[in-house]
Design a protein. Sequence first.
Length: 225
Amino acid sequence: MKITFYGHASLGIEVGGKNIIVDPYITANEKAKHIDIMQLKADYILITHAHGDHILDVEAIANNTGATIVSNAEITGHYEKKGFNVHPMNHGGSWNFDFGKVKYVVAHHSSSFPDGSYGGNQGGFVIEGEHKNIYIAGDTAVTFDMKLIPMRTKLDLAILPIGSNFTMDVEDAIIAAEFLECDKILGYHYDTFGYIVIDHEDAVKKFYDKGKDLMLLEIGASIEL
Ligand code: NI
Ligand code: MN
């Protein structure tokens, strides 16, 4: 499984011979100007919630690739009406896709579309594929519900927001990592806007001091599991 950071909460995942894009917000991100969304491959686009900083480039990428949009049923309903291919889910539900298994899990946040229309309940994803398991938290506070995830799935990586203001901060993300029983963390949802700028060195040290490895990738960089 290969995971690429496209800035903010945008990810690319290569797994089981398929390409997944998560929460694409690239063309309006000044820090991601070197990423050309027309070059991104996508069989699936996973969306955690309907906020603009998670769905901005969904339609452009889906139009370019024919990707299937996977999210909660309200978000997929929104895109289905526009003629896109979709797969609706909701909290606690799993589906075996052709690349692996996806579970839509609870997050504490909100989820309206930029025009104010209803975007269902925000969530995160647990993805199991190629004998590796990852958790993508989406925008969320730390929540006790995270303790349920390792009861079913031994995680190899947790992708957690760390920018504070709209989501949990570094200290809460460390608690989340403890709840998730996962020592390998990829941080995201930081630095994009003034509200969520963080001190990288301090963040990495705080995780290190708790015996955990926080990775902060350059935009466009990848890790392999
Ligand atoms: Ni959000
Ligand atoms: Mn966000």
